[in-house]
Design a protein around this ligand. Sequence first.
Ligand code: ADP
Ligand code: MG
Length: 255
Amino acid sequence: MINRILRVSGTATTSQSERAPASRAPVSLERVTHEYGTGGGRFGRGPERTVTALDGVSLSVDPGEIVGLEGPSGSGKSTIIHAVAGLLVPTTGSVRLLETDLTALTDRERTRVRRRHVGIVFQRFHLLPSLSARANVALPLVQAGVPRRRRRERASELLATVGLADRTTHLPSELSGGERQRVAIARALATDPDVLVADEPTGELDTETGRDVLELLTALGEERAVLVASHDADTLAVADRVVTLRDGRVVDDGR
Ligand code: ADP
Ligand code: MG
């Protein structure tokens, strides 16, 4: 219901008409393969080697669905998260976000789609250290062209929603790990994205703090498509469905 408050308060920067039709999967990967080049080792010497991170991955996330991505370290979870967020283009296959194939876009177009439609939460928060909590949350709104006063209001409101009304002017270094991740969640939701992706969002937090952060993430992710990568059982327990990866392949899609 926190989510409802956020949306009904008229703060959304994405209009309903821009949203994906409810019947279609907001996130869909088809036969995605990704190879990282090792660049021939340090200093570019030696033979060029590649690492196959994803090997024919197909998966989708429905509207309002929270999908967990599980698998041992190196199984390809982060690569999937980055592909869905448009932060990397896989070697082959398609990555559809709200019916747009991200792999067919220019870098500039992909960035635009990401900024408008995807919220991203990283393991290590990725806050800008020189900016206050509020300025960090407002950052995506700067990129979205929201006027200054509206940005401040929206950022303050989001910080209040994540329980940090009294921390708006604090720097990240003045906040605990859990508080930093709350700021990161508020930032991820700033543009009211249709899709929320999180890569090991509780990886740096103690169990208790991790649970609080997850509760927040799921409450605020309601009505969105959420993809959460984790190898932590507590984290995966909040998912409606868990997709299991091994060596870059889906071995169980949880359906
Ligand atoms: P996970 O998140 O499940 O730990 P990743 O998606 O990070 O898995 O990694 C999948 C595979 O790709 C691993 O073998 C990893 O070593 C490799 N890999 C990840 N990122 C890079 C990179 N930037 N360059 C080369 N290899 C990478
Ligand atoms: Mg990872």
